[in-house]
Write a protein that binds this ligand. Sequence first.
Ligand SMILES: C[S@@+](CC[C@H](N)C(=O)[O-])C[C@H]1O[C@@H](n2cnc3c(N)ncnc32)[C@H](O)[C@@H]1O
Length: 231
Amino acid sequence: MQWNEIEQLIVDFVNLRCEEEWAINPRVFAADFAKAYRQLQRTHFEDPDYNLRLAGEAYCLKYHLQRMDNVNTALNFIHDVYPLLQEAQPSVLDVGGGTGSSTMAVSGWFTGNNVGNSLNIQYCEPALPMNSVAKVLVPRFLQTLQGNSSAAVPFVSCDINQELLFGCAATGRQAEKAIHDLVVFSFTFWKQEQREFARTAQLVLDIGRLLKSSAVMFFLTPDKPVEKSNS
Ligand SMILES: C[S@@+](CC[C@H](N)C(=O)[O-])C[C@H]1O[C@@H](n2cnc3c(N)ncnc32)[C@H](O)[C@@H]1O
């Protein structure tokens, strides 16, 4: 699938959502959308409120494609030095998946590189406005990805959950099972890492228990690293 097709898919989705909301109440829609969009300007300084109404639609417009590109670049880069997803049916965990950009990037990369025969992605995202966008956008993307190709493409299935990182870690603790081949944290933490470094690090370590021994876990972070507090 080409980048311009993905961009079109995102724009069509946001357009449709805007039309739906506009039809209900244009003034409320315009005010809420502007508020959600303005929140995203805060990302380098404070946590945006991802629970704001229309936060997912605003995020889609501002960041979704760029984040997909970031993840795709990271996958190519890592794959060059350490071949990824070589298992027949690899499993991926997308933590703090937002509007689904990493899930989509990994699916696209996997089908494009033809490395296994079916991929399972577990996406978790606590903020409902982000999660509800992913619930529409990701299946639409997967359908296009798999339906458009004349060649046989590997099958990608995706489990979309509304969970906290803590939920994932707890699942790992109970299961004590190493199941994932890849774990992606794409811009998952902003101020949380600074505010609660020790706790965040512990949660990440707990998630590490879900990795198979040959697995990879990677983090994309803001370009300006946050200063760590002493806590
Ligand atoms: C900047 S967005 C990134 C979304 C997506 N990964 C991307 O790259 O486009 C950060 C996301 O992480 C989620 N998040 C923040 N803290 C989290 C936690 N402790 N556990 C799971 N998700 C979390 C937020 O709700 C938000 O949707």
